[in-house]
Design a protein around this ligand. Structure first.
Ligand SMILES: Nc1ncnc2c1ncn2[C@@H]1O[C@H](COP(=O)(O)OP(=O)(O)O)[C@@H](O)[C@H]1O
Ligand SMILES: [Mg+2]
Length: 179
């Protein structure tokens, strides 16, 4: 059934463990997959994507996509000459609807990319009913403005909840990915 859900959760004590979770995801993600990252500013969505990008072996620095809607990271050739999927990193905050992704005129099609969307809650269904949702929560998240002091105040453990939705994820052992 397409709305089957596999679910697991964990604490991420520091940014390195959030990055490690992203890196572990590289071992299961493949072209065409969609990851929806939800969480307040500073929750670690970009940090997780950096770990993923490094482990996938894509070109370019993964950074906050705040000033552009989507950034593409093409795959670098591996030692054996093969390439993995591209990484498309999207700030859904600036999209009305994920169907707009199709209109972005990306060099790599979503079919040949792993697509990671920050802030995607409520938008995912418009694109596909198969997705990996990761919610990142700061214990004191949602405090308000985004000064360094506020981010520092939220430094430390995040709670991560992973939900694989759809047949794609039915046989994936999400718990095995946890750092
Ligand atoms: N457990 C943690 N997981 C992720 N980031 C953390 C954690 N603890 C502290 N941080 C820090 O919080 C910030 C998270 O920023 P970022 O990944 O850009 O968040 P977002 O993309 O959700 O706005 C980084 O400065 C990171 O070093
Ligand atoms: Mg971010």
């Amino acid at each position: 059934m397409s709305d089957d859900v596999v679910r697991t959760e964990t604490d991420l004590p520091d940014a390195a463990s959030t990055r490690a979770l992203g890196a572990a995801l590289a071992g299961v993600l493949r072209a065409g997959d969609l990851v929806i990252l939800t969480g307040d500013l500073g929750a670690g969505k970009t940090t997780l994507t950096q770990g993923l990008g490094a482990a996938l072996g894509v070109r370019g620095q993964v950074a906050s996509p705040t000033f552009i809607v989507a950034r593409e990271h093409p795959p670098l050739p591996r030692e054996d000459g093969t390439r993995g999927p591209a990484l498309v990193h999207v700030d859904a905050y600036r999209l009305g609807d994920l169907s707009e992704l199709d209109a972005l005129d990306l060099d790599s099609s979503l079919d040949e990319s792993v697509t990671v969307v920050e802030w995607g809650r409520g938008l995912a269904e418009a694109l596909t009913d198969e997705r990996l949702e990761i919610d990142l929560e700061r214990p004191r998240g949602g405090v308000g403005d985004d000064t360094d002091a506020e981010l520092d105040a939220g430094a430390g453990t995040r709670r991560a909840v992973l939900r694989g939705v759809g047949a794609r994820w039915a046989d994936v052992d999400l718990a095995a990915l946890l750092p």
